[in-house]
Design a binder for this molecule. Sequence first.
Ligand code: BGC
Length: 484
Amino acid sequence: MKLKFTSIILLLIFFSCSNKKVDKFPDDFAWGFAVSAFQTEMGNRNGTNNDVNSDWWVWTHYNVENNTGRVSNDLPEDGPDMYDLYESDFALAKSTGINAFRLSIEWSRIFPDASGVPDQKAVAHYHSVFQSLKSHGLKPLVTLHHFTTPVWLHDPLWIIDKANHGNGPRGWLEQRTVDEFVKFAEFCGKEFGGEVDLWATINEPMVVSIGGYLNPLPGNAFPPNELNPEHMVAVTVNLMKAHAGAYRALKEYDTVDVDGDGKSAIVGIVQSMTDFAPVDENDEDDKIAAQHASYLYNEWFLNAIAKGILDSDLDGNGEPAPELGPSVDYIGVNYYTRMHVYRLGQLFPYYPVIDFLPRYPEDCVTNTCTEMGYIIYAPGLYNVLKIADGYGFPIYITENGIADANDALRPEFLKQHLQQVLNAIKDGMDIRGYFYWSYVDNFEWGLGYSKKFGMFSFDPVTKERFKRPSADVYSQIIGAGKVE
Ligand code: BGC
């Protein structure tokens, strides 16, 4: 009898311990912030850190100077100046309790022209950045392409100013850009492999292709701002090739295992994922629209690089493409919102799955929305993690965040989304880390500085950083290892 009683007690202890275990984030979970070079590096008062050699620099300056209305009137050189301030920024970021940091290397700083000769000052700069991360105990996750391409490969004005730029290089429409990107990856693997193990090749390729070639949104235009579905498809396929080539280059040339886990290069993609839902959930057509939207935006690229299946005519069926994949060690998920779509019928008959449109702007009367006009919907994070998990690779949440200047919604946003991450882990998904977008307010592409995603704000003149209250919420969650 006594024995039975003791075993029941032991069983109870066992279950309470194991429950506790799954109620918490793993001890080795990566907690971080995410930033990108173009959005945060510039801002030095005398302009010594401006990088004038990327397509986005040319794009924003042309549109602002010509008052085209395509983008805001803000300029990247008024940013938070992380190029100078990274040391104190990493100390400040570390004080929240994080152990990792996602940033990007600016391709156009390393290779400012077509000569193939790297700029040694820029190379030395990024070495200092990585040393600084190391000294603060922050593991780097390094992106090689975060929206910006050197202007010697992409003249962003070739569509909107044909008279003067019509013959300019066409970026991801050209095989040359793919080849040069693979060379850039090879260079980074050799040069920075002793400081970096965790790499992301390309940030949100579907935003690059859809944003650049299928984006009707006024006021937040992505270069080159053409409406051309064939070009959207061609650019996407080239980005798949670029990813696969860069994956192989990093695996071959980064031979140094920095953290001693037996792996010198862990290489993934950063995929923007949206939780698509039908506008009318009882309407069969709208349901199909939601499936098609998810197929195009969430799955098409991943099918190519994680499964080696390419659907080049977007009819919903792919062909084996072993040259494209599998070429990932993990999938990076960026999640911001749920989006409702409805079926419109064939928009482009030769691409059958493009037959839907989003309800835009979203319904922010019955839903709470962010300053981006995005619906806040935390269960959507679980839904997209489930899609990513279906590919069978580990997952990092490489971005999740909210534009919220007053920090009124961010604390709850953070808690609700992290609870979904925890639910996903409990359900057996292999999620290795979470990077909040963003550390500090920054240049939100065509929308400039009006959208404030940072857990820290900055003074536009002094560049001093100020902590928003949600940073303490983040610290508390990290410290406790769970959402309370
Ligand atoms: C991008 C970031 C951007 C963020 C917020 C992501 O699409 O990777 O560069 O600032 O979302 O909109």
